[in-house]
Design a protein around this ligand. Structure first.
Ligand SMILES: Cc1cc2nc3c(=O)[nH]c(=O)nc-3n(C[C@H](O)[C@H](O)[C@H](O)COP(=O)(O)O)c2cc1C
Length: 368
């Protein structure tokens, strides 16, 4: 069946990727995009951090940086939408062009550098979404980052937590985008603990009752030693969840050289296995105690299910939306449901981290 995205895709792919993205946002804002009902199935509904997710497939950060099209994205059937990354002050980001596509491998390289209208515009848009009733089902995450000119990162993160905690279903601390100098260094142990302690204090002050869960978004380019140290720190600091992963700085050899030479973070199918390995490691290092949102190269139900079995409780997509269009959301949900049924699970929660239980069971039977 020819979907409306199949009709519009050739036009979008003739445009420079960022122009295509801006046009997509403008089209979405007209409110004329076709709506897809949620795939409403009890096996896919999840409750995490006291929040009810209608299904486990979410929109990843970066698509709707200024919180302009939350309602429209939920209407495509997403169970949750993460908006941002928002920075305190408006900024232009890196010079154009800064997004590059490789349609053969369904991959994107971006070096956006957090362009956006800053907190004031983001908050105004978010407030508009919240005020318009009825509010559609679906959870809204707010992803925060620092301005390029900020020399004291904790200042920007704490300011944003203070301003946004009362409005957020969940908050994501993004310390893993590769396009803001110094940002990824915040993942280092000497910075991470102090930053998280500050943020936790501000969150409690901003929301004494019912504070939103705080999630940390990490890169796929950490060594196992670094992952292990971070796991220990987040358990100590009381971080509520992990978002694994952001884009990679790797350039696998099979990518076309003119694409691979672009600086920035690589997303889509080439990051898939690295992200899944990161999820698997963190699930193990945290003994499955910290819920994980898994992403990186998911474009099918099989990709999503692989991340769920490796330890993800929920998943997100971005790059697949560019190449496949919004119909991919319900397709992934439908396929997850089929995989669950095939494996004899009555609820998605039973499949989370199943790789570990299967490995344990195999180990036991070998030991007999
Ligand atoms: C053009 C573009 C912009 C992005 N901007 C952000 C961002 O602002 N904040 C963030 O946390 N992640 C951002 N990301 C990363 C995605 O949220 C996601 O972690 C990554 O692309 C891997 O998922 P995917 O393979 O499904 O795209 C961006 C990705 C792309 C392609």
């Amino acid at each position: 069946m020819m979907t409306s995205y199949n009709l519009i895709r050739p036009l979008l792919f003739r445009l420079d990727p960022e122009t295509a993205h801006n046009l997509t946002l403008r089209l979405l804002k007209t409110g004329l995009a076709p709506k897809t009902p949620f795939l409403d199935h009890p096996a896919l509904k999840c409750t995490l951090w006291n929040l009810s997710f209608p299904n486990p497939v979410g929109l990843a950060a970066g698509f709707d940086k200024n919180a302009e099209v939350i309602r429209e994205m939920l209407a495509f059937g997403f169970g949750f939408v993460e908006v941002g990354t928002v920075t305190p002050k408006p900024q232009h980001g890196n010079p154009l062009p800064r997004i590059f596509r490789d349609p053969v491998h369904e991959a994107v390289i971006n070096r956006m550098g957090f362009p956006g209208g800053g907190l004031a515009r983001f908050k105004e848009n978010l407030q508009k979404f919240i005020n318009r009733k009825p509010r559609p089902a679906g959870i809204i995450g707010l992803n925060i980052g620092m301005n390029k000119a900020q020399t004291d990162p904790a200042k920007d993160y704490c300011f944003l937590v203070d301003q946004l905690a009362p409005l957020a279903d969940y908050l994501t601390i993004n310390i893993s985008s590769p396009n803001t100098p110094g940002l990824r260094n915040l993942q280092e142990p000497e910075h991470l603990k102090a930053l998280l302690d500050d943020i936790m204090r501000v969150r409690t002050r901003a929301c004494a009752t019912n504070p939103p869960p705080l999630l940390l978004k990490l890169a796929p380019d950490l060594s196992e030693d670094q992952q292990q140290t971070i796991a220990k720190t987040i358990l100590e600091c009381g971080v509520d969840g992990l978002i694994l992963t952001n884009t990679t700085l790797d350039r696998p050899a099979h990518l076309p050289p003119e694409f691979a030479q672009q600086q920035g973070g690589l997303s889509g199918s080439p990051v898939k296995d690295k992200s899944t390995d990161t999820i698997r490691n963190f699930y193990r290092f945290t003994n499955g105690k910290i819920p994980i949102i898994g992403l990186g190269g998911i474009s099918t139900g099989a990709d999503a299910y692989e991340k769920i079995k490796a330890g993800a409780s929920l998943v997100q997509i971005y790059t697949a939306l560019v190449f496949k269009g919004p119909a991919v959301v319900n397709k992934i949900n439908n396929d997850i449901l089929e995989y669950l049924q095939k494996d004899g699970y009555s609820h998605i929660g039973e499949a989370v981290g199943a790789d570990f239980r299967n490995a344990g069971a195999n180990q036991k039977s070998e030991n007999r």
